[in-house]
Each structure stands twice: as C-alpha cells, then as structure tokens.
Design a protein around this ligand. Sequence first.
Ligand code: ZN
Length: 507
Amino acid sequence: MSAPSPSTASSSASSPHQRLLTLWGEIRDFAGIEELLEWDQETTMPRRGVAGRAKALGTVAAAKHARLTAAELVETIAEAAAAAPAGSVEAGQAAEARRQVERAVRIPARLASELAEARALGQAAWQEARRRADFAAFEPHLARLIALKKEEAAVVAPGGNAYDALLDVYEPGATSAALNPLFTRLRGELSPLVKAVAEAGRPVDEAPARGHFPFAAQRALALELVAAIGFDLEAGRLDGSTHPFCVGINPGDVRLTWRWQEDDFRPALYGVLHEAGHGLYEQGLPPAWFRTPLGDAVSLGIHESQSRLWENQVGRSRAFWQWALPRFQAHFGSTAGLEQLWPTLHVVRPSLIRVEADEATYNLHVLVRFELEKALFAGDLSVAELPAAWDDLYAEVLGVRPANAAEGVLQDIHWSMGSFGYFPTYTLGTLAAAQLFAAAERTCGSFAGSFAGGDFSALLAWLRSNVHRHGSTLRPAELVERATGKPLGPEDFMTYLRGILQAIYQL
Ligand code: ZN
C-alpha cells in the first residue's frame, strides 16, 4: 500500500475520498485537543482547575461525537466506499471509518451521556473508596457501570457475546473464545515456574538497585537512554505525572510521563523505557496517513507489545546493560558491576499489586481480571460477590491473599472508568513483544552485539517496517502473523522467560 496524497479539499466538487479525509481530519483534531487537555490535567494544571477542565473536556467530547455520528460523514463514507477500487488504500480508509462510525452511531445519545456521567462519578467514588479500602462505597457505582456497559454491548452487537463486544473496542477482532486457551496455557506454565523460583531458595540481592538516586540524575539517565533507543526528543518530551502514560498528539508531538522514587532507580527507569516504547510506535506511524482513518495505532495490544519489547526484551537484557552500565555508574556514582546489577532487574516474587508485578507473575494478575470480567458480564458473578471472588482467585493463582480491598479489588482504575475488556490487552502485548523480538532476531541475527555497543537502529528499523508503518491497515492478529510467520502464542514469551529465570535462579 502506498500513502495517499495529503488533501485539503473541502468543496462539494472534490471526490468522496477527499471529503472523507477532510471530515476525518477534523475528528482527529478534536481527539488531539482532548489528549492535550488530558495531558495538561495530569502534568501541570493547578488542582483547582479540575471542575472547569471537566466541562471543557465534555464540550470537546460532545463536538467530536457529533462529527463522528453526523449524517454527512455516514453518507460520505458510503460514497467513498462505492467509488474506491477493491483492495486500495481508499477502500481501506472507508472501511476503517465505517467500522468506527457504525459503533458510535449505534450508541444512543442518552446512553452515551449516562455512561459519561457514571464514569465521572465512578472515578471519584473509586478514589475515595480505595483510599478508605471500602468496597461498599464503590459497589453501587460499579453495578451501574456494568449495567450500562451491558446495554452498550447489546446495542453494538445485538445477540452477541457481551464481553466480546467490549473487548473489540481495545483489540479489534479479539474474542474470549480465542483468549481462553491462551490464558489457560499461560496459567499452566507460569504457576509451576513461579513456584520453582520460590523453592529454588536463591533470593536476589537487591542492594545494588537500592540506595539514593537523585531525581536530576534519574532524569538525565532516562533521557540519555530513550534518545539512544531512537526516541526523537525534538518530536517528544518527558514530564512528571501520578500515573505514567504516553500520548501521541501527532507524530511530531509525542509526550511521555513518568514518576520516580529516589530510593530505587528501577520503577522510574523501566516506566520511562516502557512509555518510550509506546512513543516510538507513535513517532513511527506513517506521517502521510496522519488525520486519516488508517493513521493511528492498530490496537492497545499491539501498542503494549511495543512498550513491553523496549522495556523487557531490550531494557532488561544483559547486552543492553553492557552498554548502559558505565552510564548508570557515572550518573549515580555507583560501583555495582553487571553481575550484581542485572539480577536485580529480574526479581520474581508473587505480590498483590499488578503494576508492581514482575515479568513472571504479571500475566497471572491479568488472568484474574479476565476471569472475573467474563463472569460479571455472563451474569455468573454479582458485584456484591466480587471482592471475595477476587481474594479467592488471588490465593488460588498467585498464592497470596489481599488483607483489604485497597490492595485487592479496588487497586486498578479501569473498572471505575467503565473500561471492561481492557486488561487482556496487557497480556496480548506481552506475548506479542516476545514473538516480534524473536522474529526480528531470526531476520537480522542476534542483536546482542549491537545492543552492547549502544546501537538499537536495526531493531527499530525492523519494527518500523513490520509494525509501525502499517498504521491500522491490518487487524492485530493479522499483523502479528505477517510479521512473525505464526499466530500469536505463548511459546516465545515462555522461552524468553525460562532463559532469564534459568540464568538467575538456576532452575
Ligand atoms: Zn503500556
């Protein structure tokens, strides 16, 4: 596929395809404005700006939704689709626009506004409930959100599987039937591995990762590393926020955020490498397709594959640290050697909190949420039963039991925002990262030598050509299969993980 020529035409005499691009460009601009307002809210806005900002965000969201559901756009898509040669970029643009518009049009304005309100109230109630570890305070909000999302699923996919209809927003084409065997297999292989690590009785000495790591030195090292892996700081920036994230306002303006603690360098550094992986994807999307239906990332799962790959397969590798260690020592005045430092990047320990979980247990945390979400939407589990079901599943799968709801069922923000079906994308991304990295090494040869010399360009070029440049022309499953020669599976991830754990815990 070749990129379309940029169009600024808006007259009625222009082609349906040009008119589609003009209308879509405005929608994407509203999305960019929304993202900028949200970024500002999380990084620099004064605390008292919240209420006024919520109003502004509501206005922008309503304007964007009105354009996305406008009769003019629906008609233009139909005309553009009819005029486009089969298999052409123009046909792909019209098909992707139709997919997004059809879902938006099916959701009545009444439901959209009830959902927006339930989300706003749900998030506020969740924050307070989490602070007090009081599930009862959040329960009615969660019940309301689930009822509204069931209603949404029923209108967007009448008669279909409700959970799948929600999953499709984040991972187009994914179904719980396809995910079930993946998660079952992961559980079957990860649980014994985690147990074996515990029984090996070789705890890692984490002293080299702890001590005093001043903010300024952490920031300087993080910026040096992200620039080295190819993140363009002339087309991006790094700012502090409560929860790290990455936002691609346009391909020339990609913003990473981070948080840090001065007694351990790992959370901040790996948070930044993770977000920079997302950022490299955003910077690598085809510029000529920006503001068109095919110009954005294909799915959350593929997005997460890029962040995980740079965070784990690259940033936790020995080869990366052969190059990074002198920089680390210089910034922090550390004398730790590779043999002391590298194991501290792969500590395995079953824990209660997903965002602090290690590579071996992380997918088990996701599995708990996937099982519970399916049960909630199938009607097999009530909201009142949820906290006990959560605790039991953690005990069964990870061997740990939360002492209260704050370190249990209330720990994640997702459900309070009505984001059901989001969690599985974390595991899909983790598996895809390992599979893409293995495929890249099959083509390019081992990257170890170039990483040890601080050269990451061959890997980035492979990702640009096999992932980034496609925009959203391919479904996620199709992209993985084309890039790696096989459907997404757990094999490469398990091989990667076993290799690491054998080296560190001598299993
Ligand atoms: Zn991520």
